[in-house]
Design a binder for this molecule. Structure first.
Ligand SMILES: Nc1ncnc2c1ncn2[C@@H]1O[C@H](COP(=O)(O)OP(=O)(O)OP(=O)(O)O)[C@@H](O)[C@H]1O
Length: 894
């Protein structure tokens, strides 16, 4: 800079076309023209000390009036005439520009600016020499100080100018900086410059070096550097070059920097505004257009288009009613306008696919109903159930005579595994229609039946429409399974939605919320199943005809097993009666020792377990036969089976060893089937679960009574245990009891306490027992919830047994609600309860007298083997419950 040394009187001049180098600025230039190459070579490259050259701005001036034209046509020849005089240091720049043609054409006339900047080379590098001998130089120059041109001559290939230094010396600057105006201007400039840097920093532009300079460099020097570093026009920079005076330079720089700052702010504001205006959808549109273009480039677009065409074809052939077709068309048009990536595309497509998949016109062709064949098929598939089958045949007969008859909806009610589902499926095969089972167990949301509106994310059609889609016809036999298990909560009442489904008047235009167009369910044959009638809402029950399927007796179970279950189980396991034989006594044993159910599901499961065990043995045996000739199979494979070896049947297989190829079948044919025996039962099914002595063992201590209860799985034998302990006379109840059964226990205790004397329980010790002790009553099987009033009489009997210290009869079970006054009220589920008692080997049952009519439903064979006692009052029950009659004097007798 000017403050570090003296400027030489002459400087080689390098023209800067339309550009200005300011002091402090650094530029990198590549010199390729012969003139500049020579200049660099001679003035910078060949000098030992890094030399100085003068950089003089030149302006293209095609239109400008050239007051003086150079005689030389080569710019490198330099101007021949110089106009203007040397400006005084810091003086105004009123000198006319030097003008001369820089190129060969007259329009190439350029104007030399009369002021320039002396520059020194920070770095020099020489390019590779070309074959033509030309070289190039890359020079990094730093502006040093301003000068003005006194005169300029072409010495050799480039111009040499006589120059005068314009910038002040160090001492002069120090003096000028004491001026308060200069100081104020300097501060103003630094503020503006600081603001500019902050703004640029916010835009994440690197301003590191400039920021450091702002803190360290003097204001006048910074002024040049700032203007040189930020974008500006040629004229602005020229003006800065001409601003030799410090005050002028600082105010000019402040002006330029402030203008630059404002421009930046305006640009920022505009871009923010534009960004805001470019709404999300526009952006999406833009992106989508780009995506489309990319897809087109990749040739991907056709696929989607093809898909939609295929979907439209499918929709056309679906045979939708006119109003639905119109709706579907509208939706399809919407889909066409969407891009596959758009959020609604997937759901719109799934919806249209559902519309196309629904069987609007497709029906199972109903074959001519042959009642005799239907009856035969029902008989062949189900044992017993005479009344139920009769009702089904009646139902089918009505349909035969009047196919569009709006008959009642049949509802099979009974414990699990009694054949409700399989009966419904038999109806479908008798009608020749497809069968679909809709499980309603645990459905609490109305939307499960009617679907979710499509406005919800993840919305789906209801189970009915989904089922219709799955079955593919509009007239299937639809089984509404476990209709009693639907619940109600805040999400609505599924039962009320079912009302619409089962109402022949309304289901013609069933409106699923998701589908949003009516679907005709009137051709569907609905059949429902339930374990219990009570939970079904009365309006729903009103639309159905309840057909009860009671549990089976042991005899019936045996028949079902022999005729239906065993052949089916064998078939399912790839076996025949040639492989496995399960004889009646064994099936009876399974029924007595391993099952206690009303239906036959567990029985079927146990038979399947036996079949699996046999399948392993059979497979092993067949493998042994298929060994290559000469290879001796190990005789132990079957013999080691343990229990099977006892049958002696395995000896056959020893004979078969070594039999060649074709003879295997013959040999196999001679093999006896595996015969299930008691040992095999225990090996496969484990030790017996029930032995018939349970009741005797349990009632062997006072305080236990045997009750009969009704649960969702049918009738059951329930033990009630009572005990007394030191306390304040409180009643403790355990065993997952509901409110009703708890109240029954309270009533029972009150009744017994009130009749202590009457029942001869009132001796001193017993009074103490009854009044000063806590009573605990427990219902075993604590994991199973229990409720209902029918344990009333059992509770009293258990308490009387406890206080009277006498055991109840092990062969006797009882059921009945009891009033506080001792009256025994009738209860439900008598048939199931008697069946349960029969299953458990109980021979005597005490019932409320008013339940006598229910005995008609109980199979006569069972009644013949049982003693049924009818009680009117609690005393009657007690009289029958204890061995040798009631030990106490009773007021009433049976
Ligand atoms: N009377 C019968 N004759 C022949 N097989 C029967 C009979 N009763 C039940 N079964 C058989 O018992 C099995 C269970 O029957 P199913 O599934 O129909 O019972 P469910 O009453 O519908 O039970 P859930 O209430 O648990 O649905 C089936 O394999 C069925 O064929």
């Amino acid at each position: 800079m000017a403050d570090t040394g003296e400027l030489p009187a002459r400087l080689a001049i390098m023209p800067f076309r339309n550009r200005v180098l300011l002091p402090g600025a650094i530029v990198r230039i590549r010199c390729t023209s012969p003139t500049s190459v020579r200049l660099v070579e001679q003035e910078l490259w060949q000098k030992e000390e890094k030399g100085l050259i003068g950089i003089l701005p030149v302006r293209d001036s095609q239109a400008a009036d050239a007051p003086i034209r150079s005689s030389s046509s080569d710019p490198s020849q330099g101007p021949s005439t110089i106009l203007g005089e040397r400006d005084a240091k810091g003086g105004a720049t009123s000198l006319p520009d030097y003008q001369q043609p820089l190129g060969k054409q007259p329009q190439d006339i350029i104007q030399w600016h009369p002021r320039g900047v002396a520059a020194r080379a920070l770095h020099l590098s020489r390019g590779m020499e070309k074959p033509s001998g030309r070289v190039t130089y890359t020079v990094v120059l730093e502006g040093w100080c301003r000068f003005s041109v006194l005169d300029m001559n072409a010495r050799g290939p480039y111009n040499i100018a006589r120059v005068a230094q314009l910038d002040m010396t160090k001492a002069e600057i120090e003096l000028a900086e004491r001026d308060s105006e200069v100081q104020t201007l300097g501060r103003q400039f630094k503020i503006a410059a600081g603001e500019l840097i902050t703004t640029l920093e916010q835009k994440q532009k690197t301003v590191g070096r400039t920021k450091t300079l702002l803190e360290t460099a003097p204001a006048h020097r910074l002024a040049d550097i700032f203007v040189a570093n930020f974008e500006g026009s040629f004229d602005e920079r020229l003006a800065m070059l001409d601003a030799v005076d410090l005050k002028r330079r600082l105010s000019k720089a402040t002006e330029i920097v402030t203008r630059h700052l404002q421009t930046l702010k305006v640009v920022e504001k505009i871009s923010q505004k534009v960004e805001g205006q470019l709404s999300k959808s526009q952006k999406e549109y833009l992106l989508r257009q780009q995506m489309k273009a990319i897809k087109e480039e990749l040739g991907d677009n056709d696929e989607d288009e093809d898909d939609i065409v295929a979907l439209e074809k499918k929709m056309q052939s679906a045979g939708m009613p006119a109003n639905v077709w119109k709706h579907a068309q509208r939706e399809l048009r919407r889909l066409r306008k969407m891009q596959p990536q758009q959020p609604g595309y997937g759901s719109s497509r799934t919806y249209l696919e559902l519309l196309a998949d629904l069987p609007w016109q497709i029906s199972s062709e109903e074959r001519e109903l042959d009642l005799a064949a239907a009856k035969e098929s029902l008989d062949s598939e189900h044992y017993g159930l005479g009344k139920v089958k009769k009702r089904i045949i009646e139902y089918l007969a009505v349909r035969k005579l009047k196919p569009d008859a709006r008959g009642p909806v049949l509802c099979f009610v009974g414990p699990p595994g009694v054949g409700k589902t399989s009966l419904a499926s038999s109806i479908s095969s008798a009608l020749g229609r497809r069968f679909i089972r809709i499980s309603l167990g645990g459905v609490k949301d109305e939307a499960d039946i009617r679907g979710h509106r499509r406005t919800y994310i993840g919305s789906m059609p209801g189970r009915l429409v989904e089922g219709i889609k799955r079955v593919g016809v509009n007239n299937p036999v639809m089984l509404l399974d476990e209709i009693d298990k639907t619940g109600t909560d805040v999400r609505g009442d599924p039962a009320s939605a079912l009302l619409e489904v089962l109402d022949p008047e309304q289901n013609k235009t069933f409106n699923d919320h998701y589908l949003n167009v009516p679907f005709d369910l009137s051709k569907v044959v609905f059949v429902a199943t339930a374990n219990r009638v009570q939970p079904i809402s009365p309006p729903l029950l009103d639309r159905m005809e309840v057909i009860e399927l009671p549990g089976y007796t042991s005899e019936e179970k045996l028949r079902i097993a022999m005729r239906h279950l065993i052949p089916r189980v064998l078939d399912q396991h790839g076996l025949t009666s040639q492989h496995l034989e399960i004889q009646e006594p064994m099936v009876e044993l399974i029924i007595q020792r391993y099952t206690r159910e009303a239906g036959v599901r567990n029985l079927e499961r146990h038979l399947a377990a036996l079949a699996r065990a046999a399948a392993v043995k059979v497979a092993e045996r067949e493998q042994a036969f298929q060994l290559p000739p000469g290879v001796q199979p190990e005789p132990s494979s079957l013999l080691e089976g343990g229990n099977l070896s006892e049958n002696g049947d395995v000896e056959m297989e020893v004979e078969a060893m070594g039999v060649h190829g074709r003879d295997v079948a013959t040999a196999m044919a001679g093999i006896q089937p595996f015969l299930v025996d008691e040992t095999m039962l225990e090996t496969v099914l484990g030790p017996p679960k029930f032995d018939g002595n349970e009741a005797a063992e349990r009632v062997s201590t006072p305080g236990v009574a045997v009750g009969l209860v009704w649960t969702a799985v049918g009738g059951e034998v329930q033990f009630v245990e009572a005990t007394a302990m030191v306390g304040k006379g409180d009643l403790h109840l355990t065993g997952q009891l509901g409110d009703v059964i708890k109240e029954s226990a309270q009533i029972a205790l009150t009744w017994v306490r009130a009749r202590a004397a009457e029942l001869k329980l009132a001796n001193a010790e017993q009074t103490n027992l009854m009044e000063c002790r806590d009573i605990h009553i427990h219902f075993p099987a604590g994991a199973v919830p229990k409720d209902g009033p029918s344990a009333g009489v059992t509770l009293v009997t258990a308490l009387v047994s406890l206080f009277g210290k006498r055991c109840v009869r092990a062969d006797t079970a009882m059921t009945g609600e009891m009033t506080l006054r001792g009256l025994v009220l009738p209860v439900g589920g008598i048939k199931d309860k008697i069946l349960a008692a029969h299953r458990c080997g109980i021979k005597r049952v005490i019932l409320p007298e008013r339940n006598m009519k229910d005995l008609q439903e109980v199979p006569a064979a069972i009644l013949a083997n049982m003693e049924i006692l009818l009680a009117k009052r609690m005393e009657d029950v007690l009289h029958e419950a204890f061995e040798g009659g009631c030990p106490w004097r009773l007021q009433a007798r049976l």
